[in-house]
Design a protein around this ligand. Structure first.
Ligand code: ZN
Length: 392
């Protein structure tokens, strides 16, 4: 693997052993998740300017692989939209929507899958595979296609039509599994036992959360290096929130910003293992027995990054919050009516922020960022049916 000068190996989050980049997935010693580490990083704010053409390669100085080794398709470099009406409503100084729906496949997880597919190519993989509620499969298919390798996505039958269609359109192989997400994971694991495919499953690879950290760089740059006080991120497995935490911590460690934002994980009440663990004061999640939310990307009953999300919330003074589907959909559609192409999962950031404001989580001078992880265009049927339920 060709790595960047500052890359210092993959550190196990459980046993602390540092492995070299030839290790592909989890810790060979204990099976723990691995995180890239760096040494001697020398970057300035000018080195971290978002560039839609470069995608995550704009931040190659802070990534494991050099620009030439990155598989990019213009992911990230998404807008940060000021929403003064929301600031008034939440009783804070400013609210912005970080609209990740503008990314390559319309989803925040493009950043991480770009880096994870880059690693797969570097490790000589010819096939990548992932279980997904839809967006991960679509992004994996797109980036595998970009790299000229094959992809295999395992999605439950409830996955939106757009995701299924685009997995095929990108040339990906797709298994539609009856049941829910856990059934898709079972099918994925069964196939992986027989095939020599490269896993892109969340926290199986060190690189999805690593690519996701670039979200923190962009928010900081777009706010002219003034750290927001709070970021509310809809959360399933936690890949993006953990990445956001890594990026925020790095910016502070490298002296590029003075503070870190409080991080808030927003979930749907019908499947909220992280919020339940947070409320109980637990340091890890318990599997959610009866997952039931219309917001598919948030219906993750056993988050792979559960304990790491809780660590991030705890370390930054944030919290987890769960809100009902009706509030989430109302949040998404009301922002859509204000001209923001908010996905249903993004609505959870809004309804979560409303609930947090009611709890007194925000101060009057706070700057709050709501992350929209998915474009509303992918979930138009869910959003439209919410309007129809109101007789509109
Ligand atoms: Zn280990």
């Amino acid at each position: 693997m060709e790595t960047t000068p500052a890359f210092a190996g993959l550190r196990c989050t459980d046993c602390d052993t540092v492995h070299d980049a030839n290790v592909t997935h989890t810790c060979p010693d204990c099976g723990g998740a691995l995180d890239p580490t760096y040494d001697g990083v020398d970057v300035s704010r000018a080195d971290l300017v978002p560039d839609a053409s470069a995608g995550i390669a704009a931040y190659a100085d802070l990534l494991p692989f050099s620009t030439d080794a990155l598989v990019t398709a213009g992911e990230g470099a998404t807008p940060l939209l000021p929403c003064p009406g929301l600031a008034d409503e939440l009783g804070v100084a400013d609210v912005y929507v970080k609209d990740e729906g503008h990314s390559t496949t319309g989803a925040a997880l493009d950043r991480g899958l770009a880096l994870a597919v880059s690693a797969a190519v570097g490790h000589g993989a010819t096939d990548v595979a992932v279980p997904s509620m839809g967006n991960g499969g679509q992004a994996a298919a797109a980036y595998a296609a970009r790299a000229g390798i094959d992809s295999h996505s395992f999605v439950p039958s409830r996955t939106p039509f757009v995701n299924k269609a685009m997995i095929n359109v990108h040339g990906g192989d797709m298994s539609v599994v009856g049941g829910r997400y856990a059934d898709a994971v079972d099918a994925f694991q069964g196939a992986m036992a027989d095939e020599d495919w490269y896993s892109l499953a969340p926290f199986d690879t060190p690189y999805r959360q690593e690519g996701a950290k670039t979200l923190a760089y962009e928010i900081a740059a777009q706010l002219d290096w003034e750290t927001p006080d709070a970021v509310v991120h809809p959360t399933g497995h936690g890949t993006e929130l953990v990445g956001l935490h890594r990026g925020s911590r790095e910016l502070a460690d490298y002296g590029l910003v003075d503070d870190r934002p409080r991080l808030y994980a927003a979930q749907a009440s019908g499947c909220s293992p992280i919020a339940a663990a947070w409320d109980a004061g637990a340091d890890d999640t318990e599997p959610w027995e009866t997952p039931d939310t219309i917001v598919g990307p948030l219906e993750i009953p056993d988050p792979a990054g559960g304990s790491r999300v809780i660590d991030a919330l705890d370390a930054t003074g944030g919290a987890a919050i769960a809100t009902p589907d009706q509030d989430i959909l109302e949040g998404a559609t009301s922002l859509a009516e204000a001209g923001v192409t908010m996905g249903a999962s993004g609505g959870a950031a809004y309804s979560g922020a409303q609930a947090l404001a009611e709890q007194g989580a925000f101060d009057a001078d706070d700057v709050v960022v709501l992350v929209n992880p998915t474009t509303g265009n992918k979930e138009a049927d869910i959003l439209r049916s919410h309007l129809m339920s109101k007789g509109i």
